[in-house]
Design a protein around this ligand. Sequence first.
Ligand SMILES: Cc1ncc(C[n+]2csc(CCOP(=O)(O)OP(=O)(O)O)c2C)c(N)n1
Ligand code: SF4
Ligand SMILES: [Mg+2]
Length: 200
Amino acid sequence: MRSWLNKFQRCPGCGNFLIHLAIKNALKELNIPKHKFFMASGIWCSGKMSQYQDGYASETLHGRSVPFATGVKLANPDMTVIAYGGDGDGYGIGLGHLLHAARRNTNILYIVADNENYALTTGQASPTTPVDIKTRSTPEGNHTRPFDPLKLVEAAGCSYNITIADKDIKGLTEAIKNGILHPGFAHINVQQVCPTWRKW
Ligand SMILES: Cc1ncc(C[n+]2csc(CCOP(=O)(O)OP(=O)(O)O)c2C)c(N)n1
Ligand code: SF4
Ligand SMILES: [Mg+2]
């Protein structure tokens, strides 16, 4: 028989477990019922998060969780809507959506699980991989400078914009609660542990 943990398609020690717990805690502490909650995610390691929520959810396309979540919020303004994805998802292919959502001040919370790599596709360099790091796509070391997503999102006009480590469950739970309550676009960058690929 499969254990409770086995229902999650994640490696042991993955930081997405911790973020998952913080989201669960935050929804419980804010008394948000499951029929009033929706999560849109990108795809895979981080994208799987939507499949494990107790509420409405959709695993969308790579980089498209923010526009999907925006549509759900516009049609259901009384729902709590969270978009969720990885650094490749939100800061790579989906960056345009992120900046415009911040500019429009859409009233959703966007959580980015930033493990500094494209984990599902076996650990290639992402927009937040540090210089000199060797990955599957940078065997001689990463020559491309990472950018600071918080500065970009701030420049686009976001007024709730923070970074926090996944292991700080209490702080992360508070950050998620505050992000949900924030009357506009909120962005939380979570420094996410990925023991399989992020060895730096
Ligand atoms: C449009 C599109 N391009 C590329 C892919 C292949 N792909 C799947 S997962 C992934 C990387 C995901 O990286 P990230 O968003 O950081 O999530 P992580 O797996 O690290 O949580 C890519 C490029 C895809 N599924 N769709
Ligand atoms: S590869 Fe990394 S991000 Fe993906 S499930 Fe494993 S530990 Fe988590
Ligand atoms: Mg990633």
